[in-house]
Design a protein around this ligand. Structure first.
Ligand code: FPP
Length: 247
């Protein structure tokens, strides 16, 4: 099926979040080391970002490295960091060509200096791009992010800057890494795993989840279009009934 032609471009999600999973298993299937899978995942990142920007999606957040990923063998962590540094540098012209601004969320200070440098450079070079923002979640976990938010609010209450009664959804959202973005309406996870893995727990409260068996290095434009098409055919009720929505 040609999913792209079936997509209603007036009803796109503003923000799509992706858990890019299955690189290790993909590499194993080829009889290769895990890092071979991560390297091959870069083409999927490129295709997904281009497809999303062309459709008119405004934010694409990719879970590239979680807080928990620091616990992987050192060789894999080092190779992933090196891949990130090279990819961000090499892909900046493609981002600019496609009008994609780069942003990142997570504990960025915990990344190697070379990675922080590349990220800052790419952010600066793409700052003028306004077709879509691609957000890399790096050294990110939702529980880490929520702890930072709670600490910041606690400090404000302690200093008397705000009253406890002023704590509401809006204030908490404003303290998260995603403060300037709308919440994702769609979360895609590849590789057949049905988990959220400490990713955007607050922000995904009302998102539609789309799971595919495809391993991330096999994920192509058509797969992204299929996810958008299927999202558009879901009924989003936000706690209401179907009858209420029909009115
Ligand atoms: C999860 O697969 C994937 C990662 C931890 C890394 C994702 C990184 C990339 C796709 C590389 C480049 C990305 C950017 C944005 C430049 P896994 O290793 O957990 O796979 P497994 O579950 O099969 O072991």
């Amino acid at each position: 099926m040609d999913y792209k032609s079936q997509i209603d471009t007036t009803k796109l999600p503003l923000h799509v979040a992706v858990i890019m999973d299955g690189n290790g298993r993909w590499a194993k299937q080829q009889g290769e080391q895990r890092i071979f899978g991560h390297h091959n995942g870069v083409s999927s990142v490129r295709e997904t970002a281009e497809a999303a920007a062309e459709l008119g999606i405004k934010y694409l957040t990719l879970y590239a490295f979680s807080t928990e990923n620091w616990n992987r063998p050192k060789d894999e962590v080092d190779a992933l960091m090196e891949l990130l540094v090279h990819t961000i540098g090499n892909e900046t012209p493609t981002l600019i060509k496609n009008g994609i601004k780069l942003d990142c969320i997570g504990n960025i200070d915990s990344l190697p200096k070379s990675c922080i440098r590349e990220l800052n450079e790419a952010k600066e070079k793409t700052a003028h791009c306004d077709r879509m923002t691609m957000v890399l979640a790096l050294s990110y976990s939702s529980k880490w992010e929520i702890i930072q938010a709670v600490k910041s609010i606690a400090e404000e209450v302690k200093s008397g800057a705000i009253d406890v009664d002023a704590i509401d959804e809006k204030l908490i959202s404003s303290k998260l890494c995603t403060a300037k973005m709308p919440d994702p309406e769609l979360m895609i996870r590849t590789s057949g795993e049905h988990r959220i893995s400490n990713f955007l727990l607050w922000q995904l409260s009302y998102a539609e989840f789309y799971f595919t068996e495809k391993l991330w290095p096999d994920f192509r434009r058509e797969d992204f279009y299929e996810a958008i098409y299927k999202y558009q055919n879901r009924e989003r009720r936000f706690g209401k009934t179907s009858e209420q929505l029909a009115q």
